[in-house]
Design a protein around this ligand. Structure first.
Ligand code: FAD
Length: 353
């Protein structure tokens, strides 16, 4: 597959360059022998100072990032345009996609979040606190008129462990029950972490579970479905997407269409935990799917223009460690150090909740 050969050729090239630069002594991460990162030659790069191989700019260094146009104490009143259940009836839990009209007042870019202030009071009689939701649309919105933003919200329903009673999350249930023309108080935008890299030739690895797909839907639509004069994506994207059942695969039609139209530049691997098993007969969680491609991921992670994003359930952070730890160890490298460095240089960007 074109994507695979790209990864391999390109990483070989990077390795050659690295060897030449480090002059065989304090070799960088992909030379044959490992040296601790503190001995790595420090090179001049534009932007923040960087050690080691990662020379490309951090994510979104140039684009204007709007922040806190509306504060929670002075929110914007958006209007619900539509609200659609986007999972099958047999899916474990409901997830809804809602489009809110902002009249363009709350500007944002892909990867940011908004605050939602649910109506009513908490049990202490105080107004409910703001909850954050990733924006699932591009800056142009699903109606492409720069006047809307979309959210992808899972309805929180759980059993209280102490009483055995069914409990419902305040804000998610409020949002999932929105009807067209309902008003919604929103604040923001917030978030400077999950922004797309400026480099249009970047490799973008996206790891999502459940509603963690929201920012990546925005990335993918911007890269493959829009024609922005100031941004033509020429790189590659690879999405790993974990859900419990086929019926809970969010945005599947859109995702499959984008892969079909861009087979050399977009790859999507699904992990459907309650239906699929890995080679060892274990449930197919996102880390089990990633493990199938660990060598390729290892190569990609070493490329200076690779950005890895993770969004969704908190537990998924250790999944990446489970997969990459042993691969690095086999090669005498230290994944923990590498991961720290990636984070520091803004090539590993995580938003879990
Ligand atoms: P609350 O009324 O606030 O109830 C939540 C509380 O219920 C928990 O704190 C816990 O005490 C309790 N609880 C929950 N589950 C259980 C359980 N199984 N057992 C016992 N107690 C439990 N959510 C989305 O759906 N989509 C998004 O795109 C999204 N993006 C986010 C982005 C960011 C940056 C962050 C921080 C969070 C995001 N969230 C998203 C989560 C969202 O902000 C809310 O936390 C979520 O919707 C629940 O809020 P709620 O008001 O419905 O629940």
């Amino acid at each position: 597959m074109a994507f695979l050969s790209f990864a391999n050729i390109s990483s070989q090239r990077v390795r050659k360059e690295e060897k030449a630069i480090c002059n065989s002594r304090s070799c960088l991460r992909k030379c044959n022998s490992f040296v601790p990162l503190q001995f790595v030659v420090k090179r001049d790069v534009s932007g923040p100072k960087s050690y080691g191989v990662r020379m490309a700019a951090p994510a979104s260094s140039k684009r204007e990032v709007p922040l806190n146009i509306f504060r929670p104490n002075k929110p914007f009143e958006a209007t619900c345009i539509s609200n659609e259940l986007i999972v099958g009836k047999d899916a474990p839990g409901e997830t809804w996609h809602m489009i809110l009209n902002t009249d363009g007042a709350l500007r944002y870019i892909e990867g940011q979040s908004v605050g939602v202030i649910p109506p009513g009071q908490d049990e202490k009689g105080k107004p409910h606190k703001v909850r954050l939701y990733s924006i699932a649309s591009t800056s142009h919105g699903d109606h492409k008129d720069d006047k809307t933003l979309s959210l992808c919200v899972k309805r929180l329903v759980y059993t209280d462990p102490s009483t055995g009673e069914e409990k419902r999350g305040v804000c998610s249930n409020y949002l999932c029950d929105l009807k067209p023309n309902d008003k919604v108080k929103i604040s923001g935008p917030v978030g400077t972490v999950m922004l797309m890299p400026e480099d249009p030739k970047a490799n973008i690895i996206m790891l999502a579970t459940g509603t963690g797909i929201a920012p990546f839907r925005a990335f993918l639509l911007r890269a493959f479905m829009e024609n922005n004069p100031d941004y033509q994506f020429e790189g590659k994207m690879w999405l790993f997407f974990g859900v419990p059942t086929t019926s809970s695969l969010l945005y599947r039609e859109e995702l499959d269409k984008m892969v079909k139209e861009n087979p050399d530049r977009l790859r999507i691997d699904y992990a459907i935990s309650r239906e699929q098993k890995d080679a060892n007969g274990k449930k197919m969680y996102i880390q089990n799917r990633m493990a199938e491609y660990k060598e390729e991921l290892y190569d990609l992670l070493h490329q200076p223009n690779t950005y890895t994003y993770m969004c969704g359930l908190k537990g998924m952070e250790s999944g990446l460690d489970e997969v990459m730890g042993p691969v690095f160890e086999e090669r005498g490298e230290n994944w923990e150090e590498f991961r720290k460095q990636l984070k520091k240089e803004k090539h590993l960007l995580i938003e879990t909740y």
